[in-house]
Write a protein of this length. Sequence first.
Length: 271
Amino acid sequence: MRDIRTAPFVEEMRKTTVNMYRLGWDERNGGNISYMLNEYEVAEYLDLQKVIRRIPIGFEAKPLIGKIIIVTGTGKYFKNVADDPETNLGIIRIAADGCTAELLWGYKDGGKFTSELPAHLMSHMARLSVNPENRVVMHCHPTYTLAMNYVHELDEKKFTHTLWEMCTECIVVFPDGVGVLPWMLCGTNSIGEATAEKMKEFRLVVWGMHGIYGAGKDMDETFGLIETVEKAAQIYMLTAHLPRINTIKDTEMVELAEFFGVDYRKDFLNL
């Protein structure tokens, strides 16, 4: 077996978590990432017949039976992942009952996966039903996106439209828009179910007064979606109190979307 600490998927988690902490998106133990892996890539590093322990998930995830996922641990700080991935990360497989996670590696201090795992798994199921290539779910607390929650209507059409106006690239990067949920109690199946319902329509979902969820085919795409929203939110927060002299017009957004060939939410424009 090869050393799992050198596995590309472990390295991706190490680099991404440290970067997100550096940007201030994941203070303390805030935020979590789950990354669905292919069995063949994990088999090079782990004996898939060896289960360290079994951990209840807290809901039934039958569509994910047999899926292998690397996921951040509960109470773990992103800044510590790079130095000690085996304590701060875990690789789990959804057991045959659909209600249990089989720990294959990690959480060596006796810990377990993030409390938001149900929301992640529900989002994975929702995204796989729309796009089988989506393998990453990422949750964090980007500063300007969160600040925008307090001064902007939490209406997904209006929220998306404002973000699209802030940067030329926005309608191209997230043409499907941004879903928005009101404040809800985190760590519950209820918020997971509400997020998953939005994930059938959006790759990005804002949790009101809390943070954002993103989903994509790989780490770069998912990080890039959140990064672009955060940049747009930053520009909004820097200019919201000033007179608006210029903006990107809706007709110009259409021109952008059609030039780059993206399927955009026409109903989110005011034409």
